[in-house]
Design a protein around this ligand. Structure first.
Ligand SMILES: Nc1ncnc2c1ncn2[C@@H]1O[C@H](COP(=O)(O)OP(=O)(O)O)[C@@H](O)[C@H]1O
Ligand SMILES: [Mg+2]
Length: 406
C-alpha cells in the first residue's frame, strides 16, 4: 500500500520535470517524441502514439509513435467515424478499453499496416483553449488494465502536451510575441503542475515545501522575463531615446561592482576594476550603458567557477572607447558563440548552472548598436570569456580630414 503511494508520488514528481521539458522545445518533432515517451513512462504502457487532428480535412493522422518508424507511420490516416481516436475527437472524452477487438469502434487498418497488435488502450483528447489538437493513446498495459491513476496522470500530461503542441505550431509564425509566449509557458506550466500537486491530499509536508520553493523561483523568473522582455520590445521598436551625457567609466564600473558584490561573494568571486587613468569620459546614455555593464558582469559572475575572477577594464583607441568584461569561467562552446546574441538563447550546458532568461545579451546588443557601437566575444571552454564593447569616442572634435582621393 505504502509502496503504491510512493510510486504514485514519484510519478507526479516526474510530471513536473516532464512539463518543464515539454515547454522547453519549439521543435514539433522533438516535442511529440518526448510526449509519447513520457506517456509510456507514466502509464506503464508498451507503446504510445499521437494522432494530430487536421481542422481543414477533418482527419486524424499519425504523427508519432514509440512502436513505429517514420516510414511506416507516414501517411496513415484515421477516419473520424469508425475509429477509437475519432470517437475521442468527436466526444472529447477519455477512452479506456481492456480489449479493443471487442470494441466496435476499433479501426483495424492500422494494425494491418503496422503489424503491431493492440489489446488495451487508454486514449485521451488533447485540448487547449477549447480546441482539439489531437489524441494521445497509450497502448497495451503488460500487467492488468490501465488504472484510474494512469488515466489521471495521462490527463495531466495531455494538458501540458496540448499547450506545447499548439505553441510549437504558433512558433512557426515566429515573432517576438510568440517567442515570449513560449518562454512564459515554461514557468507557467511548472506553476500549474506545482499547484495541482499542492492540491493532492497525500503530499507530505516536506514535499509541499519543496514545491512552494519551486513556485517561488519560477515566479521570480517570470518577473525577470517580463521586465527584460519589455526592455527589449521597446529597444527593438526604436522608440527608446538615448539621453547622452559625459561620465567616468571607472566610476560606473565601481558602481556596478557594488551592486553585484553580494552575488559575487556567494561564489567567492573577486571582481577587479582596472581602468587606466587616461581613458576619457564616455559620452553616452549612462543608465543604458550601466544596464549593459550590469548584464555582462552578472553573466561573468553567474557563469564563473567558484573562487574565480572578473576583470573590468577600459581602453581607448583612436576612434573608440572599449570596455572589457573578462572572466575565468565556464567559457562558451564555439558552436554556441554565433547564437549568443539571439533572443532567448542560452547555452544548453549552462541552463542547470544558473537561472536566466536568455534576453540579457540581446538587450546589450540593442543598446550598444543604438549607440553606434559593437560587441565582440572571445571565449574558451574551461578557461573563460571576454566580452569587448566598442563605443564611439565622441570626445574628439570631428576630424576634418579630406576623404582619400582615389
Ligand atoms: N560570461 C559568460 N560565460 C559563459 N557563458 C556566458 C557568459 N555570458 C553569457 N553566457 C551564455 O550566454 C547565454 C545568454 O546570456 P544572456 O542573454 O545574458 O542570458 P541569461 O544570463 O539570462 O542566461 C547564457 O545563458 C550563457 O549560456
Ligand atoms: Mg544574463
Amino acid at each position: 500500500m505504502a509502496e503504491v503511494k510512493t510510486e504514485r508520488l514519484d510519478g507526479y514528481r516526474r510530471l513536473i520535470d516532464i512539463a518543464r521539458d515539454l515547454a522547453s522545445t519549439l521543435d514539433l518533432d522533438i516535442l511529440l517524441s518526448r510526449i509519447v515517451h513520457a506517456a509510456t513512462e507514466i502509464s506503464g504502457a508498451e507503446a504510445a502514439s499521437i494522432l494530430l487532428f487536421d481542422d481543414t480535412s477533418r482527419q486524424l493522422y499519425f504523427q508519432v509513435a514509440t512502436n513505429m518508424d517514420e516510414s511506416t507511420r507516414r501517411g496513415i490516416m484515421v477516419p473520424l467515424e469508425g475509429s477509437i481516436a475519432g470517437w475521442i475527437v468527436n466526444n472529447r472524452q477519455t477512452v479506456r478499453i481492456a480489449n479493443v477487438h471487442d470494441d466496435p469502434r476499433f479501426f483495424s487498418n492500422v494494425e494491418e499496416t503496422t503489424g503491431f497488435s493492440t489489446e488495451s488502450i487508454l486514449g485521451i483528447p488533447l485540448v487547449t483553449k477549447n480546441k482539439i489538437v489531437g489524441v494521445l493513446e497509450a497502448l497495451n498495459k503488460p500487467k492488468g488494465k490501465f488504472t484510474d491513476t494512469d488515466e489521471s496522470m495521462l490527463l495531466v500530461l495531455g494538458a501540458q502536451a496540448a499547450v506545447a503542441i499548439e505553441n510549437a505550431r504558433l512558433f512557426q509564425q515566429s515573432d517576438l510575441i510568440s517567442e515570449f509566449v513560449h518562454e512564459l509557458r515554461t514557468p507557467l506550466s511548472s506553476l500549474s503542475t506545482a499547484t495541482y500537486l499542492l492540491l493532492r491530499p497525500e503530499m507530505a509536508h516536506e514535499q509541499r515545501n519543496q514545491i512552494i520553493n519551486n513556485i517561488h523561483s519560477e515566479t521570480m523568473r517570470l518577473n525577470a522575463l517580463a521586465s527584460s522582455f519589455l526592455d527589449l520590445a521597446r529597444l527593438e521598436s526604436g522608440r527608446v531615446q538615448f539621453r547622452k551625457m559625459r561620465f567616468s567609466i571607472a566610476d560606473l564600473f565601481y558602481e556596478c561592482k557594488d551592486i553585484l558584490s553580494a552575488k559575487a561573494m556567494e561564489s567567492n568571486i573577486q571582481v577587479r576594476v582596472e581602468s587606466p587613468e587616461d581613458v576619457p569620459l564616455l559620452n553616452a546614455d549612462r543608465d543604458k550603458i550601466k544596464q549593459v555593464v550590469l548584464n555582462l558582469l552578472s553573466n561573468a559572475i553567474k557563469y564563473n567557477r567558484p573562487n574565480g575572477t572578473v576583470i573590468l577594464r577600459a581602453d581607448v583607441t583612436e576612434n573608440e572607447i572599449v570596455l572589457f568584461i573578462q572572466d575565468t569561467g565556464l567559457g562558451i562552446p564555439e558552436e554556441s558563440q554565433p547564437h549568443l546574441f539571439e533572443k532567448f538563447f542560452r547555452v544548453r550546458e549552462h541552463e542547470s548552472r544558473a537561472a536566466g532568461t536568455g534576453l540579457g545579451l540581446s538587450i546589450c546588443k540593442q543598446i550598444i548598436h543604438g549607440h553606434g557601437g559593437r560587441v565582440e566575444v572571445k571565449s574558451k571552454v574551461g578557461v573563460g570569456t571576454v566580452f569587448s564593447v566598442f563605443l564611439p569616442n565622441n570626445n574628439k572634435s570631428q576630424p576634418h580630414v579630406e576623404p582619400a582621393k582615389k
